[in-house]
Design a protein around this ligand. Structure first.
Ligand code: PMP
Length: 434
């Protein structure tokens, strides 16, 4: 019988010491009205909690674990690295090796800098774009999440959408003023803005496949429009591929849709589950960064040898066996087709959206193209689906505004088990429709 007794006690204690008991808001399960399992270990496609519940994991640490948890080769490389010391704050050979690998996957990243989180990558990319252009204004899209730096916490997705607070207190008015927001996938709005004030805009930052309002692919022509107007107005185009890099394709969304951005941000998979992220792009722009140029950016733990080892091991495996990208995509296709078939069988209106190995089940009857579409989905049905799955060993993101992910450890037996539980969940929802 599914129960979370130990986790519930642990959560009560955690709340005395940490805001809401967690170190990142969506983990609290507040949005689904329950308490989170406390995790004790993970291996392959599975994650385990302190009450000894076992789950097939589709959160995968919010994306990084494309090789599954505790990949033996990654773990072995970490075990080898740790005795050599955990941080030096000095250059290592590993960093250049990782830079070469990143460039092999994404050739637009001619010069890169390593940082510790996706937030740092996007925040720093913005500074570089502003320093390079000498302009202050930036454009972001409603429902895209680019981490929690001030300039980007405006009409943001992910946890902010989950909790209905798209703009955070504590962000100075003067900072937010320089962030212009437009609806995702609205090429006309982009063109109109650039016709009016394009020459004053430093950067467009975009999730080229949105993942933080659920999985929302770019409409044909949207990314092309961004490329065209930024080029015409001397604006820097930043692709935030922290989530979709290595998920949309081996070379991210930029390869899948054949658009070359000026700067790219990577996180999650690039660190193989350790705190590591990257931003990079054209030599001309990136060499404006100190000490090559005047734009300041730094970090005590940047390029940390343990994090870089984890990233290198992960990217080496992906490079050695590029069929991994097709394997995870095929598994995700099988899963999503299964969801669609089952939902149709029970007459539950859902739209399953997928790009590569990321997906979201939207409880709605029309395609989700932007944040307003995502926000109009049926929340109660999502919650029923989520809770039935959690209590039957299937672990999805606890919010309708998130993407789920598949790893190479999700084989046909995992897919079958997942679909069997989805069958029960859709049936349960259909019973409420009668
Ligand atoms: N950009 C995108 C597209 C993300 O999905 C995230 C995190 N989910 C971030 C930036 C921020 O990354 P981090 O949580 O590592 O700061």
């Amino acid at each position: 019988m599914f129960q979370l007794g130990k986790s519930e006690k642990a959560f009560e204690e955690a709340k005395r010491y940490m805001p809401g008991g967690v170190n990142s808001p969506v983990r609290s399960y507040r949005s689904v009205g329950s308490n989170p399992p406390f995790i004790s270990s993970a291996s392959g496609s599975r994650i385990y909690d302190i009450d000894n519940n076992e789950y097939i994991d589709y959160v995968l640490s919010w994306g990084p674990m494309i090789l599954g948890h505790a990949n033996p080769e990654v773990i072995a490389s970490l075990q080898e690295a740790i005795p050599r010391g955990t941080s030096y704050g000095a250059p290592t050979l590993l960093e250049t090796e990782l830079a070469k690998k990143v460039q092999a996957f994404m050739p637009s990243m001619e010069v890169i800098r390593l940082v510790n989180s996706g937030t740092e990558a996007t925040m720093s990319a913005l500074r570089v774009a502003r320093g390079y252009t000498g302009r202050d204004r930036i454009v972001k899209f409603v429902g895209c999440y680019h981490g929690h730096s001030d300039a980007l916490l405006v009409k943001a997705g992910s946890g902010l959408a989950t909790f209905g607070v798209p703009d955070s207190p504590g962000v100075p008015q003067g900072v937010a003023e320089n962030t212009i927001t437009l609806p995702y996938n609205d090429s006309d709005a982009v063109r109109k803005l650039f016709d009016d004030i394009g020459d004053t805009i430093a950067a467009i930052i975009v999730e080229p496949v949105a993942g933080n309002m659920g999985c929302v692919p770019p409409e044909p022509g949207f990314l092309e429009t961004l490329r065209e107007v930024t080029k015409a107005h001397g604006t820097v185009l930043i692709f935030d591929e922290v989530m979709c890099g290595f998920r949309a394709s081996s070379g991210g969304a930029q390869k899948r849709y054949n658009i070359k951005p000026d700067l790219t941000c990577l996180g999650k998979i690039v660190g193989g589950g350790m705190p590591l992220a990257v931003f990079g792009g054209s030599r001309e722009i990136m060499n404006q960064i100190a000490p090559a140029g005047p734009i300041y950016q730094a970090g005590t733990l940047s390029g940390n040898p343990i994090a870089v080892t984890s990233g290198l091991a992960t990217l080496s495996i992906l490079q050695r066996d590029p069929t991994i990208f097709k394997q995870v995509e095929d598994a995700t296709i099988a899963l999503c087709e299964g969801f669609e078939r089952l939902a149709a069988q029970y007459n539950v209106p859902v739209v399953v959206q997928r790009v590569g190995s990321m997906f979201t089940i939207f409880f709605t009857d029309k395609p989700v193209k932007n944040f307003d579409d995502a926000a109009s989905c049926n929340e109660e049905q999502f919650k029923m689906f989520f809770h039935h799955n959690l209590s039957h060993g299937i672990y999805y993101a606890p919010s309708p505004y998130e993407s789920n992910f598949v790893s190479i450890c999700h084989k046909s037996s995992e897919i079958e088990r997942t679909l069997a539980v989805a069958d029960e969940a859709f049936k349960k929802i259909s019973d409420t429709l009668l």
